[in-house]
Design a protein around this ligand. Structure first.
Ligand code: NAD
Ligand code: TDX
Length: 338
């Protein structure tokens, strides 16, 4: 049986990817995760009993620990999701971003080459391209111009993955996706944060004028694209992935308030995120034409389902919002909200 090692499988996108693999493929699935504040095995309760699935706790920046995992597990394929992923945290302190995203990626590349991994998919982000004005979209040949410590660290990892292909002939592929939403997203990101605050009658902190634009994609559409790239992508290539659903943040927040049935009086315009990128939009022509992938979920329908999921899983939210998260929330919003 082909063995696939998923890094960051206890996080938002990785846990949904593992669920997809267990449901639709016959791979042995190994989840390598350090279980940081963002990683939670409760997100994988439904696959825990699956004999194809196993979990191994390790920090990707710890070369010895990673070596041990690769030596014993001998994976055939690697899909690399593990990262520090929240822009606001990278503004407060970039150290963990450089360690995990840059160093951790190189450690994985080295171990993968040493242990003859056949294929390595690196899950990156549209944020490496920087910010757009009112017009245009990012294509795979757009210049790399990251603006936040988070996106700079992801761009660094993209370059290391590219170098492993060109220097060592190691079979790597890179995906760059737009903003994901859906079940099991940690409630520090815009959509789950706003859903929970609206449900709890708390203020909704909108940065700046609320007119920044993101291109939203349901996590399952993203993961189907990653799977397509893993199984059919061309080595050395980059594939953009997008949802064709550009929305201003305020539109998203208002749609959430409506779905929850809460008042727009809860909206608070707060101090802007430093260096806040204005607009992201993805041109996904390449993956559509080469690999036949397209997103299948419309944003309004996907958002309504996501609101429902959070309503029904408030106990999951309670448990992942640990003491450490509450400290971050106070640090991030303490002087911005009343
Ligand atoms: P997440 O923060 O929800 O999950 C990250 C996971 O990585 C967690 O389980 C965490 O425990 C694990 N991790 C962190 N540091 C680690 C380390 N040193 N060693 C091992 N595991 C570690 O992130 P996400 O939103 O699921 O994003 C997954 C990937 O997709 C990231 O690489 C991110 O850059 C990329 N991405 C995310 C989005 C988005 O909208 N969320 C969009 C495009 C790309
Ligand atoms: O409280 C908030 N108020 C607010 O107005 C938060 C948390 C966010 N925002 C705004 C900032 C952005 O314009 O909402 C937008 C989305 O913010 P995030 O959810 O933090 O996402 P973003 O910064 O766009 O980055 C996300 O998409 C690309 C992911 O976090 C990254 O991991 C991914 O690479």
């Amino acid at each position: 049986m082909t063995k696939v090692l998923i890094t960051g499988g206890a996080g938002f996108i990785g846990s949904n990817f593992i669920r997809l693999l267990c449901r639709e493929r016959d791979y042995a699935v190994l989840n390598l995760d350090a279980l940081t504040y963002a990683g939670n095995l409760e997100s994988l309760k439904d696959v825990e009993g699956d004999p194809k699935y196993s979990f191994l706790r390790a920090d990707i920046a710890d070369a010895e620990a990673v070596e041990e995992v690769f030596a014993s597990a001998k994976p055939d394929l690697v899909v690399h999701f593990a990262a520090e992923s929240h822009v606001d945290r990278s503004v407060l302190d970039a150290t963990a971003f450089v360690r995990t995203n840059v160093l951790g990626t190189q450690v994985l590349l080295d171990a993968s080459r040493r242990h003859a991994v056949r294929r390595f998919v690196h899950v990156s982000t549209d944020e490496v391209y920087g910010s757009l004005g009112a017009e245009g979209k990012f294509s795979e040949v757009s210049p790399i111009r990251p603006n936040s410590p988070y996106s700079a660290s992801k761009a660094g990892s993209d370059f290391l993955v590219r170098a492993a292909f060109h220097t060592h002939g190691f079979e790597t592929l890179i995906t760059r996706c737009s903003n994901n939403y859906g079940p099991y997203q940690f409630p520090e990101k815009l959509i789950p944060l706003m859903i929970l605050n609206a449900i709890e009658g708390k203020e909704l902190p909108v940065y700046g004028d609320g007119r920044n634009v993101r291109d939203w994609i349901h996590v399952e559409d993203h993961n189907r694209a990653v799977l397509r790239v893993l199984e059919e992508g061309r080595p050395g290539e980059v594939y953009n992935i997008g949802g064709n659903s550009e929305r201003e943040n305020l539109e998203v927040v208002n749609a959430i308030l409506e779905a929850v049935g809460a008042s727009s009086d809860l909206i608070r315009f707060v101090k802007d995120r430093p260096g806040h990128d204005r607009r992201y939009a993805i041109d996904a022509t390449k993956i559509r034409e080469e690999l036949g992938w397209e997103p299948s979920r419309g944003f309004e329908e996907g958002l309504a389902a996501t609101v429902e999921w959070y309503r029904e899983n408030l106990s999951w939210c309670e448990r992942v919002r640990s003491g450490a998260y509450r400290e971050y929330y106070d640090r991030q919003y303490g002087d911005r909200l009343s």
